[in-house]
Design a binder for this molecule. Structure first.
Ligand code: BGC
Length: 472
């Protein structure tokens, strides 16, 4: 079955990763400035001070999106630009930036999808406990109201939180992301408060008359490596911890079985009244999919005591993530089976690969990314055929950007960014995506697309040539 006529084709970014100028026009710092300012936290001690300089180049970036044929653009608002202290006084010039962005998108005929929180918590709120303070549920709701009052006349689709699991796990449990805590028992609180915040922000947006309100979760199918009971049990724990922890409470009003076991003695238990509030109708779910995980039991890997094992027969991205597109189809079917017919958007899907480090002759061939995009879109099409209500797809990412603690070392863009000159060059994947959009998916054909040896060799040659050029 082909993609429906009104299928929405887009690309996604987030504020911290592309904007730069974090303190411009009265903005308050976020936990990511603090994190980046702490030596050793970011690869190469990079910062997001310039990033893609999108804050100053927004008009030409929107023109670029139009050139690529994008029908939709998912971006996030930096909370600290709007409310420098996180609550209280509104910073007009910060909101003006997003006002201009939304206007430009409108002029270009590109639909905005707005994420309120993509990990860049105002530092002032972190000083008050951040996601460990229950009051944050109201802080997010107040912020949502302020943004909606300004942009709600032009923005229909709202996402409260991006990947609350990553905020919990990366920010509070494992500490690889801001605010960089490594305290298992904080995980449950950070998760619970995000759920409350989602519920309250949803209620606030609805009261303001918002069109559609959704939540974007990162889902990663967990597959047991063997039939051994301990591996099967570890897989269930990993699944509860990553995939069910937010969707079960929102849809079913309860935490998944097995989650208290993952947190052990640090599971505080939560009031029924909270779970009643958290169980909310959501207009859509955003699914962010990158990879699957084949799991074995490993008591040395808390909190889930589960570890992923490398698959020898499949390619891996530069992030070390297995490329396995069929899992996306199965995942979407699983979401429908477990959580019902809430419409879905793929709000992120993409890959960091070893692109040629420099643009040669105005081109960046990226056959692995083309193949990744192609095969994952086929998987989406298969899911639609299986009856899943998928409404749109957003490639991650429009631009090479600051990949959080990895800095600019990992490139996810379909558009190359030269971080010296900030020049943008669409990669071959961008040209390919443009064709897919233009044909509403027909250009995909039916067969998976494995890059040919010639393509891979040509890319390697270009890389070598551009390195020589750079050295010379
Ligand atoms: C995040 C993005 C990130 C991407 C690749 C997602 O977890 O939402 O901000 O760049 O994955 O790691």
């Amino acid at each position: 079955m082909p993609f429906p006529d009104d299928f929405l084709w887009g690309a996604a970014t987030s504020a911290f990763q592309i904007e730069g100028s974090p303190l411009a026009d009265g903005a308050g710092p976020s936990i990511w400035q603090r994190f980046a300012d702490t030596p050793g936290r970011m690869v190469g001690n990079e910062t997001g001070d310039v990033a893609c300089d999108h804050y100053n180049r927004m008009p030409s970036d929107v023109a670029l999106m139009a050139d690529l044929g994008l029908q939709a653009y998912r971006f996030s608002v930096a909370w600290g630009r709007v409310l420098p202290d996180g609550t209280g006084t509104v910073n007009g010039p910060g909101l003006d930036f997003y006002d201009r962005l939304v206007d430009r998108l409108g002029q270009a005929g590109i639909e905005p999808m707005l994420t309120l929180y993509h990990w860049d918590l105002p530092a002032a709120l972190d000083d008050r406990g951040g996601w460990l303070n229950r009051d944050i549920a109201d802080w997010l709701a107040d912020y949502a109201r302020v943004v909606h009052q300004r942009l709600g006349d032009r923005v229909t689709r709202w996402i409260t939180l991006n990947e609350p699991w990553v905020t919990m796990d990366g920010g509070y449990v494992r500490g690889g992301l801001a605010p960089g805590h490594r305290v298992h028992r904080e995980g449950a609180m950070a998760a619970h408060h995000q759920l409350l915040a989602h519920a309250r922000a949803t209620a606030a947006l609805r009261a303001e008359g918002a069109g559609q309100v959704g939540l974007a979760v990162n889902l990663e199918p967990k597959v047991a490596a063997t039939d051994k009971p301990e591996d099967v049990a570890a897989t269930a724990r990993a699944d509860a911890y990553m995939n069910r922890i937010f969707l079960d409470p929102v849809v079913h009003g309860r935490y998944p079985e097995g989650l208290p076991e993952v947190f052990g003695a640090s599971w505080p238990g939560f009031a029924d009244a909270d779970l009643d509030e958290i169980q909310t109708d959501t207009d859509f779910f955003g699914v962010n999919y990158y990879t699957r995980a084949v799991i074995v039991d490993d008591p040395a890997d808390p909190p889930e005591e589960a570890r992923r094992v490398r698959q020898t027969r499949h390619p891996y991205t530069e992030m070390g993530w297995e490329v396995y597109a069929p899992a996306l189809r199965d995942l979407l079917v699983w979401v429908k089976d477990e959580y019902g017919d809430t419409p879905l958007f793929i709000t992120e899907n993409g890959s960091a690969f070893y692109d040629p480090p420099q643009v040669v002759g105005g081109e960046v061939p990226d056959p692995m990314r083309v193949a990744y995009l192609h095969d994952h879109l086929l998987a989406v099409e298969d899911a639609i055929e299986a009856g899943v209500d998928v409404r749109g797809y957003f490639a991650w990412s429009l631009l090479d950007n600051v990949e959080w603690a990895q800095g600019t070392s990992k490139r996810f863009g379909i558009v190359h960014v030269d971080f010296e000159t900030l020049e943008r060059t669409p990669k071959h994947s961008a040209a390919f995506y443009r064709e897919v959009i233009g044909s509403n998916g027909a250009a995909l054909g039916d067969a998976p697309r494995i890059p040919t040896t010639d393509e891979v060799t040509a890319t390697a040659r270009r890389s070598a040539a551009s390195l020589q050029e750079g050295a010379g």
